[in-house]
Design a binder for this molecule. Structure first.
Ligand code: ADP
Ligand code: MG
Length: 238
């Protein structure tokens, strides 16, 4: 379990600043959704937290330790991407165990951890399939499996459901949330989908143009939006 703190984070690409000083905290085991329109800086925020993008100014801390200068693999964070980023030439089991192999874990331990994750995600019958032979929902589960096997302190999700059809999206919302609650892993989940924010989050961070508009539980944002942007963005149905 882990507490994450984002303090006065800035990001510039060349001379253009796209994140203008954002701060928020995520409690141990909390599921926080970062929501905002396309281009507002959600992925950039997530990538800075993961260590995939440099931080121009400000701090990211995990359990009180500043991680700005740590390489991604030393942050104990696992990220699930929108396109799943599975290795096409590896079967499901190898995809799921690959990061453990890179980190030097032995075969027996990799097999055990992959087996446990596969059981949790109902992937046991699919372990020897290649990604091309999987449905969208199954690929999504493999991408989550790859994160789970590492037992990270923090999960990051970047629009993990946007490539799925509407029916599967509804199902995966509850699957992801149930999984997160079962594991108790601190999670930051990025989306531009209001329904995901309202139904999944413990706490919502509303981002607009690289600035935070409001932070609070879904109902509070819905009932007491601080400005017209939040009211329109949260209140408007898809
Ligand atoms: P979101 O995920 O909310 O759609 P992004 O974080 O991807 O937004 O992008 C935020 C802003 O930063 C956008 O204006 C985008 O064009 C810009 N941006 C993102 N990545 C880069 C990059 N590597 N180089 C230059 N500009 C970038
Ligand atoms: Mg994005």
């Amino acid at each position: 379990m882990a507490r994450v703190e984002v303090a006065d984070l800035h990001k510039s690409f060349g001379s253009l600043e796209v994140i203008h000083g954002t701060s928020f905290d995520i409690d141990d085991g909390e599921f926080v959704i970062l929501i905002g329109p396309s281009g507002c800086g959600k992925s950039t925020m997530l990538r800075m937290i993961a260590g995939l993008e440099g931080i121009s100014a400000g701090e990211v801390s995990i359990d009180g330790t500043v991680v700005n200068d740590l390489a991604p693999r030393d942050r104990d964070i696992a990220m699930v991407f929108q396109d799943y980023a599975l290795y096409p030439h590896m079967d499901v089991a190898t995809n799921m165990g690959f990061s453990l192999k890179l980190n030097g874990h032995d075969k027996a331990e990799i097999k055990e951890r992959v087996g446990k994750a596969a059981a949790i995600l109902n992937l046991e019958p699919l372990l020897d399939r290649k990604p091309a032979a999987l449905s969208g929902g199954q690929r999504q589960r493999v991408a989550m499996g790859r994160s789970i096997v590492r037992a990270p302190k923090v999960f990051l999700f970047d629009e993990p459901l946007s490539n799925l059809d509407a029916k599967l999206r509804v199902q995966m919302r509850s699957e992801i949330r149930e999984l997160q609650q079962r594991l108790g892993t601190t999670t930051i989940y990025v989306t531009h989908d209001q329904t995901e924010a309202m139904t999944m989050a413990d706490k919502v961070v509303v981002l607009n143009g690289g600035r935070i508009e409001q932070v609070g539980p879904p109902l509070e944002l819905y009932r007491h939006p601080v400005n017209l942007f939040v009211a329109t963005f949260i209140g408007s149905p898809q």
